[in-house]
Design a protein around this ligand. Structure first.
Ligand code: G6P
Length: 611
């Protein structure tokens, strides 16, 4: 979703900001813009990619040591040059970049129009900067004070940076509900939606809190809260390496991230699991494992791929720990007056840690007395800060919009949680506990083995790249994997795909099956194996094209299926960690063959910071 980059210091701001905006491209956007103080406060903006903006301004003299830049993912108003950010105030002395939504913008706009304001875009963001300037003029106050007063009036979510033509060393930023990170250098400051545009200049960062205003003036930073009280911001050293946010020789980030999974899963296990001495500890949950073991009910809230990881967790917690689990779309949960009682546990799963609906679901559950556990990837993001406890997934930055390594990292953390809680509860036999730990340690190697089938999967992709529909079927632990496989395909190749529980196929999708229909079965040797074999026969009887993900050495399914990809044998509860890999590769290759923009699929955002 929208990306913010701003800079004030001694460097040439324009190339730094444009490069930073490219680092944020993965978030998803449809237009880009930049404002600089080069003679006057000049705004340059354009529909399309950052490179389109660069081409459009190539002939300009862009010398400036201060600037703000933005990539916009349209909410109010269509994606076009006019609606792109930055936006000017009425006098053109101020320019704003804004990530989020101002819900009461239309009433503010009406009042401003009555006062004679003219607007040049359809955005809520332009209203915000006009409003700030109007307050400043009427109250005769500083810009900082005007921003603070405006924050008291606006309803919604925002991260903003405001630049002022009359104050060439000053940037003012504020946040409520949308992420904003400040990089602290030597007499220079960087503002961004996440750490990726900043990391090559400094590792020292401040994550601004809600209702905080940061002012940089003459090389000094002050942070105040909405009541004007001075804050002492915590400067943390962010351990992110530049290589982690670059492609490292791969054609796409998504492919790099798929191939990173042996390492990311191993990182997620490191220090937490040791099968030799029966050790399993999730540091951030040490105090909560006991409490979770006594929980009567766990509610999981998440969106998208993270929701699929939540479904896997439902199977894990119910089977291993015998705890009742409900998995909720955060966006539904928050508007449904859900029944949450004191003593309930809510697990919020999020790669970005910024998803607006998940964050709102957490706040709602908290207000009803639940204990909130976070499973997040981005360290320091909003969700881990809003939870009582949690475990990071340590997958490293995920840049491809289609989530891959974050999913396996979420599942491995949730698996460890379920095993730890089951162990505490006494619902897991010692032998099974030991076996699960032993097998967990071998998952990175098993993923590695499956990645070696890449060439074969590419051949399968070639056969099906022109398909118009796909069905993905699985049962038990492989049902969420079927959903995830279908999501991956539709996200990046724009082929319609549906995931279904294999048996449920008879209640609808079977009507779609003919010789043109590819059906992907996740048909591993597990407790549903025989049933899934029957489902494959049902599809073949209707001439469907079957691609089956099977367990190594399976002799039966290869006699029925048209194409087979083998994965190693493992404990049933761990299969999703490995069975999802061929599906990620299949969707990747099909999307590449169809000429799609794999890393930045149309209309999608990596981090959905608006509801
Ligand atoms: C967006 C992304 C998905 C992601 C979902 C939830 O739709 O494109 O890949 O699964 O948001 O995001 P989260 O960061 O909360 O996991």
């Amino acid at each position: 979703m929208c990306g913010i980059v701003a800079y004030v210091g001694h460097r040439d701001a324009a190339p730094l900001i444009l490069k930073g905006l490219k680092r944020l491209e993965y978030r998803g956007y449809d237009s880009a813009g930049i404002a600089l103080l080069n003679g006057a406060l000049n705004v340059y903006k354009k529909k399309g990619k950052v490179k389109d903006l660069e081409e459009a301004i190539a002939h300009e003299t862009l010398q400036s040591t201060i600037g703000i830049g933005h990539t916009r993912w349209a909410t109010h108003g269509e994606p076009n040059d006019r609606n792109a950010h930055p936006h000017y105030s009425a006098s053109k002395n101020l320019a704003i970049i804004h990530n989020g939504i101002i819900e009461n913008y239309s009433s503010i706009k009406k009042n401003l129009i009555k006062k004679g304001h003219e607007f040049h875009s359809d955005t809520d963001s332009e209203v915000f900067v006009h409003f700030i300037e109007d307050i400043q003029i009427n109250a005769g106050c500083t810009l900082e004070e005007a921003v603070r007063l405006a924050m008291k009036e606006v309803v919604g979510a925002y991260a903003i940076v405001v630049m002022d033509a009359t104050n060439p060393t000053q940037l003012i930023a504020a946040r409520k509900g949308s992420p904003l990170v400040i990089g602290v250098g030597e007499k220079e400051f960087f503002f961004a939606s996440d750490a990726t545009p900043i990391i090559e200049y400094t590792h020292e960062m401040i994550y601004l809190n809600d209702y905080e205003i940061a002012v940089v003036r003459d090389g000094e930073l002050t942070v105040k809260n909405i009541d004007n009280a001075l804050q002492s911001p915590y400067i943390q050293t962010v351990e992110l390496e530049l290589e982690a946010i670059e492609k490292g020789g791969y054609e796409h980030f998504m492919l790099k991230e798929i191939f990173e999974q042996p390492r990311s899963v191993a990182d997620c296990l490191r220090g937490r699991v040791n099968a030799d001495n029966g050790h399993l500890v999730l540091g951030g949950l040490r105090e909560y494992t006991d409490k979770l073991a006594k929980a009567k009910r766990i509610v999981i809230v998440a969106c998208g791929t993270s929701w699929h990881a939540g479904l896997v967790a439902e199977y894990l917690f119910e089977e291993l720990a015998r705890i009742n689990v409900e998995v909720e779309y955060a966006s539904e949960f928050r508007y449904r007056n859900p029944i949450i009682k004191e003593g309930d546990f809510v697990i919020a799963i999020s790669q970005s840690g910024e998803t607006a609906d998940t964050l709102a679901a957490i706040e709602l559950a908290k207000s009803k007395g639940a204990t909130i556990i976070g499973v997040c990837n981005v360290v320091g993001s909003s969700i881990p800060r809003a939870t009582h406890a949690g475990a990071y997934t340590h997958a490293g930055p995920e840049i491809g919009v289609a989530s891959t390594k974050a999913f396996t990292a979420q599942v491995i953390v949730l698996t460890q949680m379920a095993i730890a809680v089951a162990r505490k509860k006494g619902s897991l036999h010692e032998d099974t506990f030991r076996r699960l730990l032993f097998e967990l340690e071998r998952i990175p190697h098993k993923i590695e083995t499956v990645l070696q089938s890449d060439g074969k999967i590419k051949e399968i992709a070639e056969k099906f790249k022109d398909a118009r529909n796909f069905i993905y079927l699985g049962r038990g632990y492989n049902f969420p994997v079927a959903l995830e496989g279908a999501l991956k395909l539709k996200e990046i190749s724009y082929i319609h795909a549906e995931g279904y529980p294999a048996a449920e196929m008879k209640h609808g999708p079977i009507a779609l099956i003919d010789a043109e229909m590819p059906v992907v079965f996740i048909a591993t040797k597990d407790s549903s194996y025989d049933k899934v074999v029957s489902n494959i026969q049902e599809v073949k009887a209707r001439k469907g094209q079957v691609i089956a993900i099977v367990t190594e050495g399976d002799k039966l399914i290869p006699t029925m299926a048209d194409y087979v990809v083998e994965i190693p044998a493992m404990h049933e509860a761990l299969i999703p960690l490995v069975s999802v890999i061929p599906l990620q590769l299949l969707s990747y290759h099909i999307a590449v063959m169809r000429g799609c923009n794999v890393d930045q699929p149309r209309n999608l955002a990596k981090s959905v910071t608006v509801e």
